[in-house]
Design a protein around this ligand. Sequence first.
Ligand SMILES: O=C(O)CCC(=O)C(=O)O
Ligand SMILES: [Fe+2]
Length: 366
Amino acid sequence: MEFTSFSGRKRTLAGNTARKAEFNEIPTISLTAPQGQVIAQLQDACTRDHGVPQHAIDGVFATARRFFDQDLELKTAVHYKKSAILRGYEPIAEVMTDETKKADLNEAFNCGYEPELDTQRPDGAQAVDSSLDSAMQGSNAWPSQAGFKTGVAAYYGQVLALARRLMRLFASALELPTDFFDSVVTQPGAMLRLLKYPAQDPSRSDALGIGAHTDIECFTILAQGTQPALQILNVDGHWIQAPPVPGTFVVNIGGELSRLIADKTLTLMPYRLVDMLARWSNDKFISTVHRVLNITGEERYSVPFFFGPSYDTILRPLRTCVGEGTEAKYEPVKAGDYVYQRLTKSRLSKEEAETKSLLASGVAAA
Ligand SMILES: O=C(O)CCC(=O)C(=O)O
Ligand SMILES: [Fe+2]
């Protein structure tokens, strides 16, 4: 059995069931960065409160519940296929995250960065800078539900501030100045996703809430609800469970970092980083494969926040990750174009994708 990621990287699977693992059972990789500096900063970030108030976390889960509880008709008013950049509502079994398998057993809502959601926005910024040209240039599709945007915004602003803090740590871990990424995260490619997995028959282990995949952006800050269903592929090719720990987030991140978790408020999981950072770091940081299998017999909610640079950023292997016999493994790519291509692949048929790109380029309208 094998998993092939978007970039073509293959991982051998030792089996298809997940075993229970101790939370601190982690693969360890060593970061060759100035360890003292990185570790000190990580400790600082991990031992302080993660900074996201519990009421904002509770609020976004309550908002998600209210949204998903509505009639299908109200939800499909913001169906993602109506959006040029695939924002909005994804009904159950329409997205196929693992393109070789069946459609995902979840319903979801996606929204992206807007200055209005950003408590640290530059003064006066009202809208995303329209000169940030990329295939992901566009606006959110907000449902009419009262209080929806407010509930999402209260959480988005807080988790965004945490993500900017973490981005500085990654700069250090990549042997770059701490502020290296600051200018590309003022209007970041940052997508918040509300997810609801229905209760499924526990004997149906072939029905995946989300098929095996790697995330697209630089890292993901995941708030899990109460049901354990997330599984990650460890270095030996075994699926291990990643249960929710109250008061914590899961951050898809490199192994060494996860040693600092202890009982602190920021939970750094043994995931490696996700695809954009793999490209940027020239595979110094490799993305981790994960999936969701909700056989708890209960509904499950989760709220991932996918954080990456502004959509007009060109991702090319960083200078600290190439040279001296290390070739660049990836061609430069514009962040937003990369995200758009990835989202499209699991969401639209070939014909739909072609129509959308014609619309986006103005050809169909002409
Ligand atoms: O629901 C979860 O715990 C993870 C969701 C996920 O992996 C994703 O949306 O990419
Ligand atoms: Fe994911």
